[in-house]
Design a protein around this ligand. Structure first.
Ligand code: SF4
Length: 298
């Protein structure tokens, strides 16, 4: 049992080390398609020029086997842990942290992690409570899914929270998302994915907004009311005219994804977490026997 746990921990570490670099270099197909689609529908000259440059940037990264952006971000993981996966989450966390550090040192990657007060570097993209892991536990399953979503600071700085009141309703939610995106302007390197979290509590709404940006582009929330809100926000945000990199144009966002939780009857929290055009994402499934299957599109 101990040997199995040790081997599994090594597999999770290997997966994390691969996922972090893979995500930074090779963006998923749904994002590539969304950027090419944006390029085709953009009518402003400056916006089109920006999108041409972004698509060229992706091609150059492919050809040179290099990063799509210099900001290697904060390593954020989403771990779906099966009830019968025989490695404790404490060890899964260790493996994700060690894999992040290994990738940073071996590639090498820029290390962004600093102490919040001293601003001194805390290590190879690790530190106190870094990397960040979102956990989900799945009953009647023995696998582990890990998704790595490196998050650049330009877009993470454009995160917003408002405790709307219930009387503000869906209209208040839409207004806050719109105001947030307008205030952000060109700072989060648009066009990207606007993640919106609604309901729960203040902290959980932001957690949900981060989960929203981790989904493949254009997927819709299974709740039809939430999916309708995603459609409406997507159309609304692209009417702002902010355009690629804030230089004006038709394409301000590639998509808007919304995640929700039920909430208190007197709460109506809304959180916005922006993901830039370099919406990097890479996933792996780890089986009980330690086999790793990398999944390009999850
Ligand atoms: S916001 Fe995104 S595209 Fe802009 S510099 Fe940061 S990682 Fe790169």
């Amino acid at each position: 049992m101990q040997q199995l746990a040790t081997d599994l921990q090594a597999s999770v570490e290997d997966a994390a080390a691969h996922l972090y670099v893979w995500a930074l270099k090779d963006i998923p197909q749904d994002l590539r398609d969304a950027l090419v689609d944006a390029q085709a529908r953009e009518t402003s000259v400056s916006g089109r020029r920006v999108l041409d440059t972004i698509v060229r940037n992706v091609d150059v990264a492919d050809d040179a086997h290099n990063l799509v952006c210099q900001d290697t971000g904060i390593a954020v993981y989403h771990a779906r842990v099966g009830e019968h996966f025989p490695l404790h989450p404490a060890r899964i966390y260790e493996a994700l942290r060690d894999g992040t550090a290994r990738a940073t040192l071996e590639h090498p990657l820029r290390s962004n992690a600093v102490h919040t007060i001293t601003r001194e570097n805390t290590g190879p993209n690790i530190g106190y409570r870094l990397p960040i892991v979102h956990w989900e536990f799945v009953a009647d399953w023995d696998g582990l899914d890990v998704k790595c979503v490196p998050k650049g600071s330009g877009s993470e700085n454009m995160s917003f929270l408002k405790m709307c009141v219930p009387a503000d309703g869906v209209r208040g939610i839409k207004q806050f998302v719109l105001e947030s995106v307008v205030d952000a302007g060109g700072k989060p390197c648009p066009p990207g994915i606007v993640g919106v979290g609604i309901g729960g509590s203040a902290d959980y709404a932001m957690h949900l907004a981060k989960e929203a940006i981790m989904r493949p582009i254009g997927t819709r929330n299974p709740d039809p009311l939430v999916a309708q809100l995603e459609d409406e926000l997507f159309a609304l945000l692209n009417e702002t005219g902010i355009g690629p990199m804030g230089l004006g144009g038709d394409v301000t966002v590639l998509q808007c994804h919304v995640e929700h939780a039920d909430t208190h009857m007197t709460l109506n929290p809304v959180a916005v977490n922006y993901q830039c055009w370099a919406a990097r994402r890479a996933s792996a499934h780890i089986s009980v026997d330690g086999t790793i299957d990398y999944d390009r599109e999850a």
